[in-house]
Every structure is written in structure tokens, then in C-alpha cells.
Design a protein around this ligand. Sequence first.
Ligand code: KIV
Length: 265
Amino acid sequence: MTEKITIARLHEMKKTGEKIVSLTAYDASFARILDTAGIDITLVGDSLGMVLHGEDDTLAVSMEDMTYHSRIVSRACQRSLVVVDMPHRSYETGHQACTNALRLVEAGGADVVKLEGGVEQAETVASLTGRGIPVCGHVGLQPQSIKEYGGYKVQGRSKEQAERILAGARALQAAGACMVVLECIPAALAQRLSNEITIPTIGIGAGVNCDGQVLVVYDVLGLSARSPHMAKNFLAETGSIQEAVQQYIRAVKTREFPGPEHSFE
Ligand code: KIV
């Protein structure tokens, strides 16, 4: 069996400059394809609320949903690290966050849990990591805060927003987060942040200079109703799902993806 990807391995990849590749999966069949192709991180994203349930946003996704999808994905992953989103309103207090994160780990088989927010989540992240639960942060565009933004908009273009994102990532690292997702922020800001912090940054719409990249698998396969600016349909250039995933991995590892056309200024 191929060796399981560990958090230590991801940190080593950041140091050596090897790009970390991630895709979302919500079921065992896709998870197996991703895992076999060599994806480093399989993300059970709460994006499942949109791409599986047909909702306009991720807000209605429940702990039951995430535990179920985490369980069926993690069962199929032999090599990749399984990161699982904590759904909206599942981590409002330290106690609630610990109870729910433990459920994702114990019943869902998650290796790492992911939650959205920066400075305001530092205490929660510290209480999870203090109990031995690895946490991935998520700053920039936080889909669970979509109602506050009034739509899916690039974050961090103003000096004030950029400072908030930088402070958020620093606070997450100090609280013990093992990596952080940077979503829809200017490429220059993502580069600055990736150079500054020591934990890996995984970008989506954040330019090529993040330590790794993640996309929603349905976007890579052209299955989504709308193709977001930061995504590319790799199936269009290949003959099978397996080949499309391999092409995506190759393009991320060689820094061909994302190009400027998939990034923001
Ligand atoms: O839910 C999800 O799929 C995510 C990625 C877009 C990073 O959080």
C-alpha cells in the first residue's frame, strides 16, 4: 500500500516547494479515483450543499450530512489525507466545536477538520488542537458568511480587508492550525501570506504561489451549472475522469495551473 499522506509530509512539501494537490469528494467512487490518481488531500467540502443538494449556498448543510459523507469518503481513501468541513453553526462555542469535531473524526473518519474564519476562530482552533484534533483554517472568501458579503466576491482587495486576512492566518497558525485554505483573494496577497506563514496554504482562486491548490471536483469535470472563474474543466481535454484528475494533478505540480486567467488581481 502507498504511504499515507501525513500533516508532517505536507509541511515538508511546503519546505521543499513541492505543490500540494487537493480536490473535493463526496462519495466512495470519486474518492477512490482521486486517491488512486495521487491526490494529496481529499476534501469533503460543505460545497456538497450546492453541488449535491442543489442549494444556492452551503448554509443548510448539517452535521448529519458531513458525518455521512465523511464516513463514505474516508473509507475509500488509502493514501490521501481526508479533510472534512465543519458545517455552518456547528462550531459556535468551544464545547460545541469539540463535540462536533470529535464526531467527524470518530464516526466520520476525518483526519483533519476545517472551519472558516480568522482571528475570531483562534480560540476555538486552540481548544480543538489542544485536544489533539488537527484543524485546517479557511480565510478570504468564507462561503458560510455569504449573506454578510452579499454574494461571492473577491476578498482582500482593500488594505483593511487584506490586513484582516493576514491577521486571521497568523492567528490560526498561532492557535495550532496545521494548514489554511485561501479562497478568492488577490494572487499577490496569497503569495505574501504563503511566504510569511510556516503552515501550508491551499489556494482556490488565490494564484499559483500558494503551497497547494484545491478545486471542487465537479468543476474540474465540467459538471457544475456555472463554471467559476478560478476553475478549469480538465475533462474537456481528456478522455476519462481518471485522466482529467491526473492532468489536474500534473498541472498543479508543474505550476501550469492556476494561470492568471484563473486568478484575481
Ligand atoms: O466546501 C468546499 O468545497 C471548500 C473548498 C471550496 C475549499 O471549502
